[in-house]
Design a protein around this ligand. Structure first.
Ligand SMILES: [Zn+2]
Ligand SMILES: [Zn+2]
Length: 458
């Protein structure tokens, strides 16, 4: 059969594009079974059905099309866009991940020389940038599951490749998260297994630094995870409470403000121990971290995360105090100053949080009172201004005396005082999250992005 040409669509293929846009999986499945439908057909712009589905953020459709043999690296688009680029533009992390898993090349550039990660960054889809930058093909790890050269045994037992791959592709590199991931897998939470894993990570780190297109970011990430694994080993060997002991050490806050000093020091030490001291990334990290007093911002974790995920600037979500998970929306019901993913994360943290919860509560209440006072002051001022505007002068502001409101506030405080133990996790208003799907616009985000990119080129 001749390769598809742009705009050469059968009626059923046209139908398919419509069905994809509507997200009707059943109908799409039926059409894909028809002999008049080629899964890699091209519309007049050279977009395949997979590109359409990726761009529209239709997860099920993407999965279905890949199952039917959609070519993730098809590159017939008029501006050289790939399915991965469309996924990145749509802002859908899951689809971006799916394209990568399906073998999407990350270094392909469009007609103006931009990679998928660069395009996603350009339109502010930083989550997708993070996914792309942290992707590590499973085959690269599987290489170590086969004996190489004179080795009798592979460096990595096959059964460890899956769990290790999960950890090295995680975008949340919080040390507690990594230890939790180790802990949840009995195959991994074992002295011999961890030894093999950290040595493989060191080898990958070395490869990243010595290969032609050096990847310092990936090298640093591998090195960092290797350091956490080596600390896991120490705890597994020397401590009765094993990995739980490690998690506790990582979370234990100092008396005065609850700041986790051990965690901070561990991350700083890991970075410093990066074996390639000439690396630009290392020097950048050290410059950012060295002048910061322990307990002040930025933490070593935030500096490292920013460097590795490429996340910059403002943060629009809350992070879990325990594991660093993004989008945490459960607040400690007593102090209302810390956030968690779920009850489990809160439970893990309670042993140390309980020492500062009361103090934090007082701080929170003070802040609230200040804010309320400020608000009342402003309202008063506003009212006064309004009245003056209407009447020229007035005494009506007496009516908005702060008295009753203040008592109400005090009552509320008294009520919370009686709570002995915090109710573990109370659902609070979920923070406004960015919509999962792409922006449904007629002009098309991709076109806008392209215009912008081309514009910036001139
Ligand atoms: Zn958490
Ligand atoms: Zn609390």
């Amino acid at each position: 059969m001749a390769p598809p040409r742009r705009g050469d669509l059968s009626l059923e293929e046209k139908d398919l594009l419509g069905v994809i846009a509507r997200g009707n999986a059943e109908e799409a499945g039926r059409l894909l079974g028809s002999k008049n439908v080629r899964v890699n057909c091209l519309d007049e712009h050279g977009m395949t059905p997979l590109m359409h589905a990726a761009y529209k953020g239709k997860v099920d459709m993407c999965r279905l099309l890949l199952r039917h043999g959609a070519d993730v690296n098809c590159n017939e688009h008029e501006h050289g866009y790939t399915a991965l680029m469309f996924a990145g533009l749509s802002g859908n992390k899951e689809i971006t991940w799916m394209m990568l898993e399906a073998g999407a090349e990350t270094d392909v550039v469009n007609s103006v020389g931009r990679t998928a990660a660069q395009m996603a960054a350009f339109v502010g889809q930083h989550d997708c940038v993070t996914v792309i930058n942290n992707f590590f093909p499973r085959e690269r790890l599987d290489y170590y599951t086969k004996p190489q050269g004179l080795d009798k045994e592979p460096k990595l037992p096959v059964k460890l490749a899956g769990p290790l791959h999960k950890i090295i592709t995680t975008t949340n590199m919080h040390p507690v998260k990594i230890v939790l991931l180790v802990k949840e897998n009995p195959l991994l939470a074992d002295v011999e297994a961890l030894q093999k894993c950290y040595r493989v990570l060191d080898l990958i780190c070395e490869k990243c630094m010595k290969q032609k297109d050096m990847n310092e970011v990936l090298a640093m990430k591998m090195h960092y995870i290797s350091c956490i694994f080596q600390k896991c080993l120490t705890f597994l060997k020397e401590r009765e409470d094993k990995l739980d002991g490690f998690i506790k050490s990582l979370l234990k806050g100092r008396d005065k403000d609850g700041f986790p000093v051990y965690q901070e020091k561990l991350i700083r030490e890991s970075i410093r121990k990066f074996p390639y001291c000439e690396a630009t990334l290392l020097q950048q990290l050290v410059r950012s971290i060295a002048p910061v007093e322990i307990g002040s911002d930025p933490t070593a974790f935030s500096v490292l995360t920013q460097a590795i995920t490429g996340q910059v600037g403002f943060v629009d979500a809350e992070f879990c105090t325990t594991c660093g998970g993004k989008g945490a929306n459960k607040r400690c019901s007593v102090c209302k100053m810390v956030m968690y993913c779920d009850q489990n994360c809160q439970k893990i943290h309670w042993f140390t949080h309980k020492k500062v919860c009361k103090t934090l509560k007082e701080i929170h209440e003070k802040q609230e009172l200040e804010a309320a006072k400020e608000k009342r002051k402003q309202e008063k001022r506003q009212k006064k201004d309004e009245v003056q505007l209407v009447e020229g002068s007035s005494t009506s502001e007496e009516q908005t005396d702060a008295g009753p409101d203040a008592t109400k506030e005090a009552d509320a405080n008294h009520a919370t005082d009686q709570v002995e133990e915090p109710e573990f996790t109370k659902e609070t208003e979920a923070p406004a999250l960015p919509p999962e799907g792409p922006v449904e616009s007629e002009t098309g985000l991709a076109d806008i992005a392209l215009q912008k990119i081309q514009g910036s080129e001139e």
